[in-house]
Design a protein around this ligand. Structure first.
Ligand SMILES: *[C@@H]1O[C@H](CO)[C@@H](O)[C@H](O)[C@H]1NC(C)=O
Ligand SMILES: *[C@@H]1O[C@H](CO)[C@@H](O)[C@H](O)[C@H]1NC(C)=O
Ligand SMILES: *[C@@H]1O[C@H](CO)[C@@H](O)[C@H](O)[C@H]1NC(C)=O
Length: 449
């Protein structure tokens, strides 16, 4: 009985192999080669059928056992177990093999990168784009061979694709001033706090965001946004027309983003930003970005494909704030969104949005696990990530440059805070300050490059 169970547990994982259930006198045997353990990877086609065949044989066998009145309660239990375990995703999830099975998705991804690169190459051919196309063709052939030979190193392939994807994204049309506005690329220092103030409502509002209108050339306006209902939802943004008003918590105007905090257009989470008199945020309960234009009072939304939400991939290094799955940022180049996907193993993905149409124009994938950072912000197309040092100190330790696809893991830019928990950090390209929502305190810092 024991070996019977073992054989079957292997079948459940080795789905791509040709496995036939064969009924013998006292058991149902499914043969397979041990080589499958070397390559836990696989083709989807035929998989269900193979499983079905084996399961059918098992059921027949079970019936026979029952019909012949042979009482084998233990075997029935085993069969029940197996049926439960045929739920492969559940099983693979616990074995950490979930990702190795997304082969179909991988092929689609290669094709999508390939066609994007082809498109870019047609519009603006360069050595980089022709090289990319060559590499992508090779990658496609490699995957075909892997199919044929049933040999598949998915992790290596995924990492190769991530790199190719990032290079294609970087090659895609980028505004001409993309580089020129940011002469010195990497930030070198962060000041002591230049603003420290409690939020204007209550110390109990420990999650939210604040900042200054981020569009170049706009007049000075400050905003404050706090989350209610378990530090999760919001529907009002408080606007101040001067720094003085902000510091005195006076002459403000509360703009309503949605009619209530449980409305479908309400804000979820603390990733909110204000750009061009428009609030960009995660829409209530969905993997979508909303924009609410205060001038026109119009709400738009766009889907963020594959983004983990509802605390699936929050920022969570230490002393975590919930509802931080999706982080909106604005810099010299417009609006960005930072999130994580299953497909990228929970690592940070960064997309660039066209602010008015809300179209997603570029998407880069990093190797930085989203749960390993406290917060992120964008400066000059460079993504920065921070980590907790202690209650009163935070540190920028990582950067990802979207114009080169390079990651920098060696940064160490410490800065002070007044409390442990950080709900939001955003950079403002107009005054080059960082704005932080720190357990209900609002702090700002000067940055230097
Ligand atoms: C960073 O800024 C602090 C405070 O303004 C200053 O004391 C320090 O010397 C600066 N460090 C560097 C490397 O510029
Ligand atoms: C908001 O609306 C104003 C007025 O129509 C428009 O000029 C501006 O571009 C809009 N901004 C965004 C980000 O939608
Ligand atoms: C946004 O995307 C839509 C649909 O793909 C497209 O028709 C439109 O031209 C895009 N707008 C901009 C400004 O890129």
């Amino acid at each position: 009985m024991l070996s019977y169970l073992l054989v079957l547990s292997v079948i459940v994982t080795a789905e791509a192999q040709k496995i036939q259930g064969v009924q013998t006198d006292d058991s149902c045997v499914c043969k397979l080669s041990s080589s499958i353990w070397a390559f836990p990877a696989v083709r989807f086609e035929g998989v269900q059928k193979q499983l079905q065949t084996c399961e059918d044989n098992l059921l027949q066998f079970n019936k026979k056992v029952k019909d012949s009145n042979a009482r084998l309660p233990k075997m029935e239990l085993t069969l029940k177990n197996i049926k439960t375990r045929l739920n492969r995703f559940e099983y693979l999830d616990t074995k950490g093999l979930y990702n190795t099975l997304n082969l179909q998705q991988l092929t689609e991804e290669i094709d999508s990168i390939y066609y994007t690169a082809k498109d870019v190459n047609k519009k603006s051919p360069s050595k980089e784009t022709t090289d990319l196309l060559k590499e992508l063709s090779t990658a496609r052939k490699d995957v075909e061979n892997m199919y044929k030979n049933n040999i598949f190193n998915l992790e290596t392939m995924k990492s190769r694709l991530r790199d190719l994807n990032n290079r294609v994204q970087t090659c895609k049309t980028i505004p001409e001033d993309f580089r020129s506005t940011c002469y010195q690329r990497i930030m070198s220092n962060i000041s002591s706090p230049v603003v420290t103030k409690l939020n204007s409502i209550s110390t109990s509002y420990v999650s939210g965001a604040w900042g200054r209108e981020a569009k170049q050339g706009s007049k000075e306006r400050f905003w404050e946004h706090w989350l209610v209902s378990g530090n999760k939802l919001g529907n009002t943004i408080r606007m101040y027309n001067s720094h003085e008003d902000f510091m005195g918590s006076k002459n403000y105007k509360d703009e309503s983003i949605a009619s209530s905090y449980s409305h479908q257009n309400a804000v979820q989470g603390s990733g909110t930003i204000l750009y061009d008199n428009t609030v960009f945020y995660q829409c209530y309960g969905t993997a979508e970005i909303c924009s609410f234009n205060i001038t026109t009072q119009a709400t738009k939304r766009v889907e963020l494909a594959g983004a983990g939400i509802n605390n699936k991939f929050p920022f969570c290094y230490y002393s975590c704030r919930d509802w931080t799955d999706i982080d909106l940022e604005a810099d010299q180049n417009g609006v960005w969104v930072i999130y994580a996907t299953d497909e990228n193993h929970g690592n940070i993905v960064v997309s660039r949005l066209e602010p008015v149409s809300l179209n997603i124009t570029h998407t880069w994938k990093t190797r930085l696990f989203k749960r390993s950072v406290t917060s992120t912000f964008m400066v000059c197309g460079v993504l920065y990530a921070t980590r907790f040092v202690n209650t009163y100190k935070e540190e920028v330790f990582y950067a990802f440059d979207t114009t080169t696809g390079h990651e920098i893991n060696t940064l160490s830019l410490p800065f002070e805070k007044v409390s442990a928990g950080i709900a939001n950090i955003n950079y403002n390209p107009v005054d080059r300050r960082l704005y932080m929502y720190n357990d209900g305190y609002l702090l700002a810092y000067n940055t230097f490059s």
